[in-house]
Design a protein around this ligand. Structure first.
Ligand code: ZN
Length: 448
């Protein structure tokens, strides 16, 4: 269970580069006008650095580089790999019965999901590959081929007269010694640990019981070992966008890196060549997956594009690091790239996948009204999001009379901040401050 917030508001003045002293006409009608800036800190874009598959070198090689630069990451882990957690298993009828039936009944739409769910857990050496290939064919719309693939695998399995070994094979897992206590430490460093299922299956070809087990049991293990905060995000394996999977996953996790359609958010996945600059939407989530041969220039150009616009949320998806994992990048490349991101931090909000998701939702849900009374602007905030979960500080921008030289911000009980930095833009004079969204009132007063 999470602790209640000890402090209700965090208010910090921002020393921003927005100050300029040109003589601008300030219009009274803007006084009290308040907006939540598009990104936290009034930055131009957001970047989330994410890792898939819980590969050991992500933690031992990439994480220390990020820590040195004070950059947070999101690690999507396979919970079944961790000692003490529930392993992957088949949920359903007797394995022997299902295997026997494959001898007399061909695979069709009535038994495909059950058979595809089981094949990886039969102990048959080719079972995991058969499951993964069937899933890949199915998602490509090659349904008949997917059924044939399953028939072939079970035929081989029956011939091999294999005894069930219950052995579970995990994705890209040549070596893994990560423990829950390690993950707890990484979380305290500011990183997000999130679910990537238990065993990395092709969820689109799992039946309901097995699909829910992979989603729910993975969440339960993270809840038990790390706490509720880390049960917010999920990445369903292979970047699937299968609508049936998305529906189940959305019922278990608030945020899916795969897809989370909103009218105000365009999504460009890793395999798409769409240009985020073409999107005129309020937000565009742009996923890029650096591969072994992705050049540094290309990777830096993604950052440059974020800074040149105001609506891009770049979600980087890394897999292997150094000697382990799929399409590895070297430590040297990561150091160069993360340093480049750090150098652009004046314009970039670097945050976990969960924090950016929460910020955008908080910003879209909050309603603000304001009125001026004498030397005070009274702001009223309402939001229907649960403040226990949606606790990422919003950056607020409120216009004040240009005659105000010293400003204090308080709520009903306390002075939250005095000596707030005052800025000017073409609309007028304003203050920038942070606030955790709650249903509450704020008072901004002149101390002239
Ligand atoms: Zn994966």
């Amino acid at each position: 269970m999470r602790k209640h917030k000890l402090i209700k508001f965090i208010l910090v003045s921002i020393i921003s580069g927005l100050l300029f002293t040109g003589c601008t006409k300030k219009l009274d009608q803007h006084i009290g006008q308040t907006e939540v800036t598009k990104w936290q800190g009034n930055k131009k874009a957001a970047v989330s650095i994410t890792y898939d598959d819980g590969i050991i070198t992500q933690f031992t090689v990439a994480r220390p580089i990020m820590n040195k630069l004070n950059l947070p990451g999101t690690f999507f882990i396979l919970t079944g790999k961790l000692a003490g957690a529930a392993e992957g298993r088949f949920i359903g009828r007797s394995k022997d019965e299902i295997i026997r039936e494959t001898a007399s009944t061909k695979t069709d739409e009535t038994n495909f999901f059950e058979r595809a769910s089981l094949i990886g857990f039969t102990g048959f050496s080719e079972g995991v590959l058969a499951h993964s290939n069937a899933g890949s064919l199915f998602e490509a719309g090659k349904i008949t081929e997917a059924y044939q693939n399953i028939d072939t695998a079970y035929e081989k399995l029956r011939r091999s007269r294999l005894k069930n070994t219950e052995e579970v094979v995990y994705h890209d897992n040549p070596q893994d010694t990560t423990r829950w206590e390690d993950l707890r430490k990484y979380a305290t460093e500011g990183h997000e640990i999130a679910s990537h299922s238990i065993t990395h299956p092709r969820m689109a070809v799992l039946d309901e019981a097995n699909l829910l087990y992979e989603l729910e049991q993975s969440k339960a293990e993270i809840y038990k070992n790390l706490g509720e905060q880390y049960t917010f995000s999920v990445e369903c394996p292979y970047g699937t966008e299968n609508e049936r999977v998305m529906e189940y996953a959305r019922s278990v996790y608030p945020a899916l890196r795969n897809r989370m359609p909103e009218t105000y958010l365009d999504e460009i996945n890793r395999s798409s060549d769409d240009d985020p600059e073409v999107s005129k939407n309020e937000y565009v989530q742009w996923q890029r997956g650096p591969l072994t041969n992705s050049s540094m220039d290309l990777m830096k150009s993604w950052i440059d594009k974020c800074v040149a616009n105001n609506n891009i949320w770049l979600v980087l998806v890394f897999h292997g690091v150094d000697n382990f994992g799929w399409e590895p990048k070297t430590a040297g490349e990561l150091e160069t790239y993360f340093t480049y991101i750090k150098e652009n931090e004046n314009n970039l909000w670097v945050a976990t996948f969960a924090d950016v998701t929460k910020y955008i939702r908080e910003r879209k849900s909050i309603e603000i009204s304001s009125k001026a009374e004498g030397d005070t602007i009274i702001l009223n905030f309402t939001s229907d999001l649960d403040p226990e979960t949606y606790d990422v500080p919003l950056t607020l921008k409120t216009y004040i009379p240009n005659s105000w030289e010293k400003v204090e911000i308080r709520n009903a009980e306390n002075v939250l901040m005095d000596g707030v930095a005052i800025h000017t833009d073409k609309t007028g004079t304003y203050v920038l401050y942070y606030m955790i969204p709650q249903n509450d009132k704020l008072f901004i007063s002149s101390l002239n």
